[in-house]
Write a protein that binds this ligand. Structure first.
Ligand SMILES: Cc1cc2nc3c(=O)[nH]c(=O)nc-3n(C[C@H](O)[C@H](O)[C@H](O)COP(=O)(O)OP(=O)(O)OC[C@H]3O[C@@H](n4cnc5c(N)ncnc54)[C@H](O)[C@@H]3O)c2cc1C
Length: 460
């Protein structure tokens, strides 16, 4: 199922950490042990003196990718099995996405869903598979405990997102790097040919990681973007950038008319300089990521601006307001029950063809009826996806059916583990993507360390 030699290209230099060459060999039969395990050979060169060119590969874990999943996995393995040699190979900056995450604050995990089932429900890709033991092994509560025990105080915001109390992602990065230093053995310096019995592939959404996985026999579900904002070509709307709504209900209509229950979401929404954003839009983009990719990011979104008020009640409310405010201009303010920013109220009136200077007394019942319908079902034509990477993840990657979620090991390649975004798992916004990275890394690290310990026992 797997090839004997896999070529990697474009591995960049790692300032201060050494340079590793572009060869990743997987020796097949001759290095297989009796247990059917394989030995991975990672050929490296370095500018610095390294310490990993020799030694016992049976006690070595090579982690490819120093992001959240890779570093957390490395730390877990090292903490359980201190004599395990752990190498983290990172082509750029360690933990760079953690640093830029959550607008520089790092939404570490969620405080809302600690039970596996509702938690799994937050993953458009993974919601079925992650319902089982995955989050029981290491869920959000364990993540909170892990960071708290290491001196990082976390806080939960009203929407359930958890951040470091410092409001700085640097606190999370420093904690992880400090932990690696304290353990004195999670190394990034490599030289010569490195052999290892275990490799954790945690390259996020990097194409090179997908290629390694494919070369080792895995299939890759086509990667497409998830968690993006919607472009709406409506100048009058985008001039209202900054106007936000605490709760709207949004329904997505695709050109092919395909519909799923998750294509209706509610929550906060924001008007931006290019269209629509906010949690409700990001959630829709995640659930419909593949459909939107197929439709070239064109669709219609129908927004209900008064999800708590039924249509008939809304009509009655507008009529009552008319009676009460006969002599006022309709554009002066919206009925207070609608709690609508004046600028947006005027935008809606104009869309309905109502002059903002018209007196309430002169608005016909028919016009009020149509206004009520617009408030309940206001269409916006989406013409593309926002370019600004607010919180952007990739849907697709290695299919979950090709690994064991109990160990994170490949079903095709013994000794090869996966964690994080390289897998076909992605969550909605709210800390779920990091939680997947922590959990996957933790389980992989645990498996590798336990096997290493077991080997120690059996060889003693
Ligand atoms: C702007 C932004 C903000 C985000 N904010 C949040 C948030 O607040 N909360 C949340 O839950 N999620 C957030 N996410 C998503 C989250 O960052 C990712 O889901 C998470 O980082 C995935 O972790 P990972 O370790 O799998 O991959 P990554 O963090 O992408 O790490 C992979 C690492 O592998 C390295 N690499 C790739 N190929 C190679 C190679 N061949 N050799 C060596 N190294 C390699 C990369 O350089 C990278 O450092 C955000 C994403 C973005 C883009």
């Amino acid at each position: 199922m797997w090839s004997s030699s896999v070529e990697l290209t474009n591995l960049a230099s790692v300032p201060g950490l050494g340079v590793f060459q572009n060869v990743f060999e997987q020796k097949k039969n001759e290095s297989r042990s009796k247990r059917g395990q394989s030995t991975f050979r990672w050929r490296c060169s370095t500018q610095e003196a390294g310490n990993a060119g020799s030694g016992n590969e049976q006690q070595r874990l090579v982690v490819i990718g120093g992001g959240a999943a890779g570093v957390y996995g490395a730390l877990r393995a090292k903490s359980l099995c201190p004599h395990l040699e752990v190498l983290v190979l990172e082509k750029g900056q360690l933990l760079s996405k953690v640093r830029i995450s959550g607008g520089g604050r790092c939404n570490v995990t969620t405080g809302l869903f600690w039970d596996p089932k509702p938690l799994a429900g937050q993953y458009p890709r993974g919601h079925k598979e992650l319902r089982g033991s995955y989050y029981l092994s290491h869920g959000p509560a364990d993540t909170v405990a892990w960071f708290t025990e290491r001196g990082v105080a976390l806080k939960t915001e009203s929407d359930g997102r958890m951040f470091p109390e410092s409001n700085s992602s640097g606190t999370i990065v420093d904690c992880l790097l400090h932990e690696a230093k304290r353990m004195n053995g999670v190394d990034s310096r490599v030289q010569g040919v490195v052999s290892a019995e275990s490799v954790l592939l945690a390259t996020g959404s990097a194409l090179q990681g997908y290629r390694i996985a494919r070369d080792l026999g895995h299939s890759i579900i086509e990667p497409v973007p998830s968690l993006f904002t919607f472009k709406v070509a409506d100048k009058a709307l985008t001039e209202l950038a900054g106007v936000s709504f605490q709760r709207v209900k949004v329904e997505l209509e695709l050109p092919d008319r395909q519909h799923h229950s998750e294509f209706i979401q509610d929550g906060p929404m924001l008007i931006t300089h290019w269209g629509l954003s906010g949690p409700v839009v990001l959630r829709l983009s995640a659930w419909a990521a593949r459909h939107l990719f197929a439709s070239k990011y064109t669709c219609v979104v129908w927004v209900d601006f008064t999800p708590n008020i039924e249509l008939e009640d809304l009509k009655a409310l507008l009529l009552k307001h008319k009676e009460k405010s006969q002599k006022s201009n309709i554009g002066t303010y919206s009925p207070e029950e609608l709690a609508m920013v004046r600028r947006f109220w005027v935008y809606l009136l104009e869309r309905q063809g109502l002059d903002k200077d018209l007196k309430w007394a002169r608005v016909s019942s028919k016009a009020l009826h149509q206004l009520a319908i617009l408030l309940k079902r206001c269409p916006f034509s989406v013409s593309g996806k926002g370019e600004f990477k607010e919180e952007f993840v990739t849907a697709g990657g290695v299919p979950l059916a090709e690994i064991s979620l109990k160990t994170m090991e490949s079903r095709f390649c013994p000794g090869l583990f996966f964690a994080g975004e390289i897998l076909d798992v992605d969550g909605v916004t709210g800390g779920f993507n990091f939680q997947n990275a922590w959990t996957g890394g933790y389980i992989a690290g645990t498996t590798v360390a336990e096997r290493c310990l077991l080997r120690g026992l059996t060889s003693a």
